[in-house]
Write a protein that binds this ligand. Sequence first.
Ligand code: NAD
Length: 485
Amino acid sequence: MSVRHLRNFIGGRFHDGIRTFAKHNPADGALIAQVHEASRDQVDAAVAAARAALPGWAALPVGERTAYLYALADGIERRFDEFLQAEIADTGKPVGWASQIDIPRGAANFRSFAEIARTLDMESFMTDTPDGRQALNYAYRKPLGVVGVISPWNLPLLLFTWKVAPALAFGNTVVAKPSEVTPTTATLLAEVAEEIGLPPGVFNVVHGFGPNSAGEFITTHPDIDGITFTGETATGSTIMKAVAPGVKPVSFELGGKNAALVFDDADFDAAVAGVARSVFANCGQVCLCTERVYVHRPIFDKFVSALKIEAEKLVLGWPMDPATTMGPLVSHEHRSKVQSYLKLAVEEGATVVTGGGVPTFGDARDEGAYIQPTIWTGLPETARCIKEEVFGPVCHIAPFDTEEDAIRMANDTRYGLAAAVWTTNLTRGHRVAQAMNVGLAWVNCWFLRDLRTPFGGSGLSGIGREGGRHSLHFYTEPTNVCVKL
Ligand code: NAD
């Protein structure tokens, strides 16, 4: 594959950056792109272009505005294979996953938010007034303005479009920065925007890092009206401080330490398969992935043995091989972090049921960032490996005796993103799911998403919900109009 140059898309045109940085393929370490880092002046230019484009874009009839979103979705699908290859080269994720999840969902996000914008209703109330008459109140919603989008590397196109699509659908203009670790598909999306004739300045892409680079230049920019961010909790905290002087709204989708609860009345095979997927999918690099598994004591040993078999069945292969079920981690840097937890778990007293190290292949994959799927048991609930997000293909399995114990242990975390409950007793399923202090609770499934539903977390997992009409809360500002009748 030739080395791409990934440039900044500002005001409808591509621009070289002040310097370039190298992007490597995590499967074999090969150089795949030179990324053009945006200067502060270029971020300023992107914000100015977005500001200039805002009145025209916001004033477009919703049918015309959403037609551009449908065209963006069609544009992604027209170049599906190119997006797919780029996403796989950036992340190392298996083709089976990327072709089913990342790229289709990238397109679906534009269609889904276009549909929501086209069919929006408006909140209104008739109010009795003291003089015996009435008033009509309605909440007229205007775009927030120029929105800064900052996204992570784990589901690059999917999470980038999850924010860009509602921003554009509701009439905002955007300055977006993809992760420096996975910059390619955002740049391809900018090419699609150019191809479909999206008005210049409506959607801008700038490349770079966080501190003293494009990320910080966006979050500290006085002319940005709000920041929507997905990434690590610590970064969210830094961004919150950066926007505090301007009292800017933020929408944060942050880390997690998600639990699965498996009851002895669960469909055992479905629970094993579901938990295996929720632990190991995308090499454990989905914010919703399970890292803590709690299993009813009567089936504990059987469950541990069954999950071990599932982990050992995973095929750690080349990402483009359809037989591959687990690719590498996204980078060597991230692998070092995950390895530090593999070491820590042993120091904290874990029994390593399977995995715990780095595989060897005897080919170029040894230059990649592969890691073994790993299962631990025996850790105390106070261990750092139980409390901190690892963001790799790892989990700890602990037994529980009662429903109350399971709920208490699952909720004993400062994160609050997701949980999965496995039981055939649906009354219990509802009860336990409702008791989880999380934004998303699944019963007998995991990562089953309807894009109209609220998505996000509480505690260290984030602020606010996006998805469907919940996205209105961040991407629009209501003006309540009260008309005396
Ligand atoms: P990260 O926080 O390191 O980086 C995310 C983005 O923030 C990148 O674009 C990065 O350049 C930028 N950034 C970093 N420092 C910044 C700063 N000081 N100012 C402005 N921007 C800055 O996160 P990551 O490692 O790319 O992603 C993995 C994390 O994301 C995990 O913690 C995962 O749980 C979380 N995540 C959460 C969700 C969710 O929906 N809750 C979804 C996916 C990932």
